[in-house]
Ligand binder design. Sequence first.
Ligand code: ATP
Length: 303
Amino acid sequence: MTPSVTVRAAAKVNLHLGVGRLRADGYHPLATVYQTLSVHDDVTVSTSARWNVDLVCEDDIDRASFPTGEDNIVVRAGRLLAAQHGVDRAAEITVRKSIPIAGGLAGGSADAAAALVALDRLWDLQTSDEDLLRLAGQLGSDVPFALVGGTAVGLGRGEIVTRMQDEATRWWVVVPSMVGLSTPAVYHHFDELSPDAPAKVAVPEELVAALADPDNRVLASVLRNDLEPAAIDLRPELGELIEVGERAGALRGIISGSGPTCLFLCSDRGAADRVRTTLLDAGHPRVIIALGPVSGTHVVEYN
Ligand code: ATP
């Protein structure tokens, strides 16, 4: 049997996404609080002479926007890891995808984190956690958080990650959109809408306090995403969806990251079920109940 390793990595929601003014280096300063959700991709790697990427998914995932060659972030992760150790390796990679593509749930980042860990084990490279985090930061600003998981603050471009205490169970209803939204397009529209955005951003104290409170109503009252006005301006139906979910009993509806996935924080399982039923009846084909936070990237199978 060809040796293989399967690693799981979770989707994320931004409980807070504070975005500052565009910097000279082309990045926006971010102050964000991430939380992993129980929606995940599994990445399986096995030894191969050439890079190859396969996708396994349900019909509601947009296959066409999943690159199967060198452009896939899992190959970039593998090449970066091999270069770090000065070895010439390749792998066959299968991504079992449940995280919508281009949905604002950082699915590609989750896959990259999973590929780093899986290939490190497959090739027995014993990369230190510190090096894995550094390589993750080079792959994308959300990749270090995907490694760490749980609930965490992200600073800089989002890649400087510090874990936070969050013992409570958060009930989310996740509503992917069938059509993705381009992250650069949303940031560009943010620049147009917010010329006076501050140069520096910080995570508000109220959010830190809310995370210490198991009552989801408290957390709901402080959720914030600075990209939301831009995303809703580009896709007005997202604003309508948020209204429908909140009328159905969600404590709060928000757009995750640059969207278009909408998330609804609910008081408990019963409320989440009711919101889900309403949104399914309203014609949304995929509505998922998810718990947060869950653990970061971890091995689930080793052959
Ligand atoms: P973020 O929240 O970090 O902006 P996202 O969830 O909006 O991310 P992703 O699903 O990570 O978006 O994908 C963004 C783009 O990256 C896609 O349009 C796709 O073409 C490309 N991509 C490369 N590799 C992958 C991958 N393994 N999974 C998904 N998309 C990938």
